[in-house]
Design a protein around this ligand. Structure first.
Ligand code: ZN
Length: 71
């Protein structure tokens, strides 16, 4: 089973003048960094956020109402 959404996020780093920033194929872009390694770190962080948001979405998927066992 393929990991949903992961393929749609292809990150690259681009330089704008003295700065370097991470960009993703989904339209996301990170803050301008003076070091490309920082931009890559931002890209990794974006991937982590994407995975977490997918997990959160699955977690928040409506499920049939269940009665609380304490009541
Ligand atoms: Zn993305």
């Amino acid at each position: 089973m393929p990991e949903f959404g992961a393929e749609e996020h292809e990150t690259t780093t681009m330089e704008t003048g003295a700065f370097c920033l991470a960009r993703c194929s989904c339209g996301w872009s990170g803050p301008a960094r003076r070091a490309r390694s920082r931009a890559r770190t931002d890209a990794d962080g974006h991937h982590t956020q994407v995975r977490e948001s997918i997990a959160l979405r699955e977690f928040n998927t409506p499920s049939p109402p269940t009665h609380c066992p304490d009541h």
